[in-house]
Design a protein around this ligand. Structure first.
Ligand code: MSP
Length: 512
């Protein structure tokens, strides 16, 4: 039987500048989910990319004295380098300047025009260049963009319009029938009330700049960036081309992961575009909160942008991934600070997780000459640890399906902490001193087995960690014992040879 499929996407990022830790969050979260589903046996397609057209990019390129293409080529190379450093396991990277994308956008635009969903008219309105959005006068906030607060420009031009309003009722019905479509619930409510306020037709072309996809039947116009950008989710699968196996296999998307600022584009414009094209809607759009600084938003003008490459260089990829995924509560904002990052590394990674491995490998080395021995009969304390270990994968999987990554990590940490407590409760050093060899073997077996469970479950979050653990636990050449399917208590073979190694996460003394 064919494996079930799972298609997950990140937003495609603007190459107007280098990416910061907030952007890294979105991609790392999608990566953890993609890896988790692969581990569960799904046939996964994980897409990311870059959103390269628009006036903002054109202006940024000009400011650097480069052509837009030369400019984005350089920045996009930096994106790819960042994703490599963060161990991002994407299957495809789509650039909106690639022919495989521009062709699909041009064809879609033509089709919508021919079937009457797009029409031409004269437009006068207020345009926010940074947000690439038009606003009706009534919606401006003190004359500025209601989203970002920056000045808007009065624009009068001939444009093409997309009849959004035509589909509003169908969209509301779809949202009502599919309670999972927009998550979390607060975002769904926000979208529903926005639609109920009444949708205006959307201006979907521009004539004031060139850096975009030309409207094929009216080359003075370029396609509005959001129509261009959203289409990436299907153009990357070959939709509408003779080469559409991926589209047939993976569409509809299981999850579009997006930040809260772009939820409306994904939950209003995108589904309506798909309805107009008679394409099934994605199953879920998950909106996450923002990673903020105590001083507010990260921005270049404030000079407070946190570069993820610098952090990876300083603290290592697994520590950064762990911090990002543990810190941002589902759907809500979180705060970044380096002090907090260091505190988390020291407490959760160095103390809880790292020390547990050091203690257990030290004891097996010292008391049993480095060999895991068979467990004897279980006592009450053992049952408690084993029950928790056996129950945690299911709990973690349910939390992952709810896209609650901090919750899933929290469940794993309950097991880590339970194992640490088990050491205190069973006091293996006293068992050794009293010559209770069988009891000691049982305790050490249980600890090693619990650690195997923990490490398998951590694999999607911290992909660089498991090989380091398997080496110490003597399981490097036993891939059959390190899969999700191998999470059955007692599979760790007695006789396994432990190899003590360096601490997984050395303590960090102070923020430099
Ligand atoms: N190009 C559009 C997306 C098109 S998708 C069809 C875009 N690009 S972006 O580069 O500005 O932002 C991409 C993503 O990064 C968004 O989901 C946004 O929410 C996220 N983030 C940007 N800053 C962020 C934080 N400080 N914290 C968390 N996520 C943030 O929008």
């Amino acid at each position: 039987m064919a494996r079930p499929t799972f298609y997950i996407t990140t937003p495609i990022y603007y190459p107007s500048d280098r990416l910061h830790i907030g952007h890294a969050y979105t991609t790392v979260a999608a990566d953890a989910m993609a890896r988790f589903k692969r581990m569960m046996g799904y046939d996964v397609w994980f897409l990311t990319g870059s959103d390269e057209h628009g006036q903002k990019i054109e202006r940024a390129a000009r400011a650097r004295g480069l052509s837009p293409k030369a400019y984005v080529d350089e920045i996009v190379a930096g994106f790819k380098e960042l994703w490599a450093r963060l161990d991002i396991s994407y299957n495809d990277f789509i650039r909106t300047t690639e022919a495989r994308h521009t062709q699909v956008v041009a064809a879609i635009f033509t089709r919508l025009y021919e079937q009457g969903d797009i029409y031409k008219a004269t437009y006068e309105g207020w345009y926010c260049t940074p947000c690439e959005t038009f606003w009706a006068e009534a919606r401006l906030a003190h004359g500025n963009c209601p989203d970002c607060g920056r000045p808007v420009e009065l624009v009068r031009e001939e444009s093409y319009f997309f009849r959004l309003a035509r589909y509003a009722d169908r969209l509301l019905e779809h949202i009502a029938r599919h309670p999972d479509f927009i998550q979390p619930e607060a975002r769904r409510n926000e979208v529903v009330s926005f639609i109920k306020m009444g949708l205006e037709d959307l201006c979907v072309s521009r004539t004031t700049f060139d850096w975009g996809i030309q409207v094929p039947f009216d080359p003075r116009h370029v396609v509005y960036v959001w129509i261009d950008a959203l289409t990436n989710y299907i153009s990357a699968l070959g939709y509408g081309t003779p080469n559409d196996e991926l589209f047939r296999k993976f569409w509809p998307a299981d999850i579009h992961l997006v930040g809260k600022d772009i939820i409306r584009f994904h939950c209003i414009i995108w589904p309506i575009l798909l309805m107009a094209l008679d394409i099934e809607l994605p199953k879920r759009v998950v909106g996450h909160g923002w990673l903020l600084l105590e001083s507010g938003k990260m921005s270049k003008s404030k000079g407070n942008v946190v570069d993820p490459l610098v952090l990876v260089g300083k603290y290592g990829v697994d520590a950064i991934r762990y911090y990002l995924l543990r810190e941002l509560p589902p759907g809500a904002d979180g705060y970044y600070s380096e002090e907090n990052l260091v505190a988390k590394i020291n407490t959760d990674l160095a103390n809880d997780l790292g020390n547990l491995l050091s203690r257990l490998t030290a004891m097996i080395t010292r008391y049993q000459d480095g060999t895991v021995e068979a467990a004897g009969p279980h006592e009450g304390l053992d049952e408690e640890l084993i029950d928790l270990a056996v129950g945690t994968p299911g709990e973690m999987a349910a939390l992952m399906d709810a896209f609650d990554l901090p919750g899933a990590l929290g469940a794993i940490w309950r097991l880590v902490n339970r194992a640490n407590k088990y050491i205190e409760e069973t006091a293996p050093w006293a068992l050794a001193r009293d010559g209770r060899r069988n009891r000691l073997a049982t305790v050490l077996y249980n600890l090693a087995e619990a650690y195997r469970f923990v490490t398998v479950m951590l694999t999607p979050f911290m992909p660089a960690l498991p090989p380091r653990v398997w080496e110490q636990l003597g399981l490097l050449d036993r891939p059959d014992l390190t899969t999700w399917g191998a999470l059955q208590w007692g599979r760790l073979p007695p006789g396994t040879r432990i190899k003590r190694g360096a601490p997984l996460f050395p303590r960090i003394e102070a923020v430099k």
